[in-house]
Design a protein around this ligand. Structure first.
Ligand code: GLU
Length: 474
C-alpha cells in the first residue's frame, strides 16, 4: 500500500476563506483518520497577486483551526527549476512543443474561426523554423500535445468521470516568460510531494483530465482524486462576501470557538453515519470517511452554524471558557487585568449562567456586560413592551423596599419575596419580573431572573433598581 499523503495548496492572494478551510479540513481529516500525512503547498507563482502577509495569515488560520501540517511547506516560487526540467522532458519526448503565436495572433484567429480552442498551428513547426524563430528572438510558450482519446477517472466523490479529448486543447504549460502554468506546476509538485490523494474544490474538475494526461506523459502514477462540492449560501448562490463574513480570521475575531468553525465546516457535505453532529476534531477524525462526502452542493447556513457554536460553548468546561473570555473582558474594560480569586469565582458563576445562551466568546462580553458594569442603556423595545406607564414605577418601588429588607439574597429568597409581593399587589409575577430584569440588566431577556439577582448580589440590584426607577420609562 502506498502511504497516504495529501496536501492543501492555497494561493496566498487573500486570507483563508471558508471554502478553502473546508478543503483543508477534509484533507486533514483524511490524513489523520488513515495515519497519512497532511502537507502544505503555497501556490505563489503569481508574483503580482501573492503576498507574504497572506501566507502568514493562512498559517495562522490553519493553526487556529488546529490543522497542523507534517512537513515544511513547499513554495512554488522556489521550484522553477523543477518545472523547467519537467517541461524539457515533455519537449524531449515530443509530448510538448514550442508555440510562437502571439496573443494578438491567437485573438485574431479565434475571432475569425469562432473557435476558442488553440488551432494547433505551431504543432507543425519543423526544427528549422523553430530555430529561426529563436534566432529572431521570438518569445516561445510551451504547449502540451493532446492526442485524440478519452480520459476517465473514478472520483472518490463524483464517481466515474469521462472526458473526451476533443474538449481539451493543447494547453500552455510554460508561458513565454519561462513561468510554468498552474496545470504543470501542480502536477510536478504533487509528484515531488508524493501526493496519493488530491482532495480539492469541484471547480478543479475541468483541470483534472489535463493533469492526468501530464502524469501519464511524465511516466508517473496518477493519484486518486476527490472533488468537493462548492459551498453555497442559503440562496443557492456560490458563497461570497454578499452572504456575510467569509474569512476564517473574521470568525475568529467575532469570537466563534475554533472547534465550532471546524465542526460546522466539516459537516458541510458530510454527516457522520451515527448521526452525531456536535463533535470535536478528534471525534470527527474517528468517524471520517472520504467516500462518504455527499455530491450535492453544501449550503452554508448561519443559523445552523450558530447552533453548532452554541452547542460547543455548552460543552466547554468553565476553565476553557474562562481562558478564552478573560482577554475579551479585559479589552472591553469590563474588568481590570488579572482578577482576584473573588472576582474569578464571580466570573465562573457568570459563565455558568450565560453559557447555554451564547454562541461566541465575544458575546460573553457583549450580552453579559451587565454582570460587570451597571447598565447605562435599556433595550427600548423591551421598555415599550414592559414599562408602559408609571404604574410600573409604583410597583417596582414597593418591591425595592421589600428587597432591601432581605437578609439572605439568594435565588430562593428573592423568588419567594417577588411572588409574595405580586400576590399582595394582585398582579402576575411577570409584571414585576420584566421591569426588574430591565433595571438590573438593561435587557428584555436573559438568564433566569432569580439566579441572576443572587449572582449580582443585593447591593448591585438595589442600586440598579433605584437608577432604573429614575430613568424609566424612557
Ligand atoms: N491553488 C489552487 C487553489 O487555490 C489549488 C490547486 C489544487 O488543489 O490543485 O484553488
Amino acid at each position: 500500500m502506498t502511504e497516504i499523503r495529501v496536501r492543501f495548496a492555497p494561493s496566498p492572494t487573500g486570507a483563508l476563506h471558508l471554502g478553502g478551510a473546508r478543503t483543508a479540513i477534509y484533507n486533514w481529516l483524511f490524513a489523520r483518520s488513515t495515519g497519512g500525512k497532511f502537507l502544505l503547498r503555497i501556490e505563489d507563482t503569481d508574483a503580482r497577486r501573492s503576498r507574504v502577509e497572506y501566507v502568514e495569515q493562512i498559517y495562522n488560520s490553519l493553526k487556529w483551526l488546529g490543522l497542523n501540517w507534517d512537513e515544511e511547506p513547499v513554495f512554488q516560487s522556489q521550484r522553477l527549476k523543477a518545472y523547467q526540467q519537467a517541461v524539457q522532458k515533455l519537449l524531449d519526448k515530443g509530448s510538448a512543443y514550442y508555440c510562437f503565436c502571439t496573443p494578438q495572433e491567437l485573438e485574431e484567429r479565434r475571432s475569425r474561426s469562432g473557435e476558442y480552442k488553440y488551432d494547433g498551428k505551431c504543432r507543425l513547426l519543423g526544427m528549422e523554423q523553430i530555430n529561426a524563430n529563436f534566432d529572431a528572438g521570438k518569445p516561445a510558450a510551451v504547449r502540451f500535445k493532446i492526442e485524440s482519446g478519452i480520459t476517465e477517472w473514478n472520483d472518490l466523490v463524483y464517481s466515474n468521470i469521462r472526458v473526451n479529448h476533443n474538449e481539451i486543447d493543447d494547453f500552455v504549460i510554460q508561458r513565454s516568460n519561462g513561468i510554468p502554468t498552474y496545470q504543470l506546476a501542480v502536477v510536478v509538485d504533487d509528484i515531488y510531494m508524493k501526493i496519493s490523494h488530491v482532495i480539492r474544490g469541484e471547480d478543479h474538475i475541468s483541470n483534472t483530465p489535463k493533469q492526468i494526461l501530464l502524469y501519464q506523459a511524465l511516466d508517473e502514477k496518477v493519484p486518486e482524486f476527490a472533488h468537493l462540492p462548492l459551498l453555497m449560501g442559503t440562496d443557492g448562490k456560490r458563497l461570497s462576501k454578499r452572504h456575510g463574513a467569509t474569512g476564517v480570521n473574521e470568525y475568529k475575531a467575532l469570537g466563534y470557538p475554533s472547534f465550532a468553525v471546524f465542526n460546522y465546516l466539516a459537516l458541510l457535505g458530510w454527516v457522520p453515519k451515527d448521526g452525531n453532529e456536535i463533535l470535536s476534531p478528534p471525534e470527527l477524525v474517528r468517524r471520517f470517511h472520504l467516500t462518504e462526502i455527499a455530491r450535492k452542493s453544501a449550503i452554508f447556513d448561519m443559523k445552523k452554524f450558530d447552533w453548532v457554536s452554541n452547542e460547543h460553548i455548552k460543552r466547554f468546561n468553565n476553565d476553557e471558557i474562562y481562558t478564552n473570555i478573560l482577554p475579551i473582558l479585559i479589552e472591553k474594560n469590563l474588568i481590570d487585568n488579572e482578577p482576584d480569586p473573588q472576582l474569578k469565582a464571580y466570573i465562573f458563576t457568570f459563565i455558568d449562567l450565560m453559557k447555554s445562551r451564547l454562541r461566541t466568546f465575544q458575546q460573553f462580553a457583549d450580552r453579559g456586560n451587565y454582570f460587570f458594569k451597571d447598565p447605562t442603556v435599556y433595550d427600548e423595545k423591551a421598555v415599550r413592551k414592559n414599562w408602559k406607564s408609571t404604574e410600573v414605577n409604583e410597583r417596582l418601588s414597593i418591591l425595592l423596599e421589600r428587597l432591601k429588607t432581605l437578609d439572605t439574597f439568594s435565588a430562593e429568597s428573592t423568588e419567594d419575596l417577588i411572588r409574595n409581593v405580586a400576590e399582595e399587589l394582585d398582579v402576575s409575577a411577570s409584571k414585576l419580573i420584566h421591569p426588574l430584569r430591565l433595571t438590573v440588566s438593561g435587557y428584555g431577556v436573559g438568564p433566569g431572573i432569580f439566579e441572576l439577582l443572587a449572582v449580582l448580589g443585593k447591593e448591585r440590584v438595589i442600586r440598579r433598581i433605584e437608577r432604573g426607577l429614575q430613568i424609566l420609562p424612557l
